[in-house]
Design a protein around this ligand. Structure first.
Ligand code: 5RP
Length: 228
């Protein structure tokens, strides 16, 4: 099974949670793109749903699929949010922000009691930080200061560079991204709070205690992980 099939499998499980009349939050990334495709099919078959996107990517894909968009101003409480992740640990804590959309993703995830995460099995880890750094969205003028603060906490912090443009990645909110590689993340909850406290940090990619269900697609089929 190709990786894209595993993502589609996870996405097809999540779309079964969507009911007529729901207002849902829609994450960002390649796995969520599969979810948006399935959602579009359902909308064309008559499903009435409103979606709050978490990025320009999702907003464009949803519009292309004919899914009506709304905002948190009109709908501050969401029936369901579906998103991808870069890492998932056994407590269903996450690292997100590989696509740089972590801030809007965390805001939208905080607007529901039902956050469903869809991943392929390569995203499962024993400990967060095993395969990548923690992304932080940072106000541009503060990036060097934040990098120094992170290095003071033992992390290697790298300013994320993009493709299609020279220089740093600029997020949908006009900010920079630092990827902070910690030697070990033993307490994700404490680290999430600590990172939020650094002046200039808008948000960090640790999502602790937010996820209700994770659908994992792999060659062996679909696995469901639920909050204990
Ligand atoms: C974007 C994210 C994505 O959800 C995460 O990067 C997973 O993406 P993909 O489904 O393409 O692997 O957090 O900021």
């Amino acid at each position: 099974m190709a990786n894209s099939d595993a993502k589609r499998l996870a996405a097809s499980a999540a779309v079964k949670h969507v009911r007529d009349g729901m207002v849902i939050g829609v994450g960002t990334g390649s796995t969520v793109s599969c979810f948006i495709e399935f959602l579009g099919e359902m909308v064309r078959e008559g499903l009435r749903v409103l979606a709050v996107p978490t990025s320009y990517q999702s907003a464009i894909l949803l519009a292309e699929q004919g899914v009506p968009l709304t905002t948190l101003v009109e709908h501050p409480s969401l029936d369901l949010v579906v998103d991808g992740a870069d890492e998932v640990d056994s407590d269903l804590n996450l690292i997100k922000g590989g696509g740089g959309a972590l801030t809007q993703e965390k805001i939208v995830a905080s607007a529901t009691e039902h956050l469903i995460i869809i991943v392929d099995s390569s995203k499962l880890v024993k400990r967060l930080g095993e395969t990548r750094g923690v992304p932080l969205e940072v106000i541009p003028m503060a990036w060097k200061l934040v990098k120094i603060r992170l290095e003071g906490k033992g992390a290697k912090a790298v300013l994320r560079e993009g493709s299609g443009k020279v220089g740093p990645v600029v997020t949908d909110n006009g900010n920079f991204i630092l990827d902070a590689h910690f030697p070990e993340i033993s307490n994700p909850e404490a680290l999430e709070r600590e990172l939020k406290f650094i002046p200039g940090v808008v948000e960090n990619g640790l999502f602790v205690g937010m996820t209700e269900t994770v659908y994992v697609g792999s060659v062996e089929g679909l696995k469901v992980l639920r909050k204990k």
